[in-house]
Design a protein. Structure first.
Length: 100
């Protein structure tokens, strides 16, 4: 009997959004929503939460937003607090533009 795979993942939507932005700092949030598989409104909320906590820096360039991931911020859970965001994002940055 073949067991079907469940739909859980190791990373949260916050992690997925952060990785999408780190890989492409000028990505549109509608594209992030499509890649992650969540609503654009949810992406906006996540981006605001990440920005409020210092994980993302958002700057306006003309009509576009540019995003910069703060790779030195610590992970949030006490089990992971001795590691920073770079630990999560760096493996996904190979062969893409580097986050600063």
């Amino acid at each position: 009997m073949i067991k079907e795979a469940s739909e859980w993942t190791f990373l949260s939507n916050h992690g997925h959004v952060l990785i999408c932005i780190a890989k492409n700092p000028d990505i549109r949030l509608s594209e992030v929503a499509q890649l992650v598989g969540i609503r654009e409104r949810t992406v906006h909320r996540i981006v605001h939460e990440l920005e409020d906590e210092g994980y993302l820096i958002v700057t306006k360039e003309g009509r576009k937003n540019l995003y910069r991931v703060n790779l030195d911020r610590p992970l949030r859970h006490s089990l992971e607090a001795d590691h920073n965001i770079r630990t999560i994002v760096a493996p996904f940055m190979r062969n893409t533009r580097k986050a600063k």
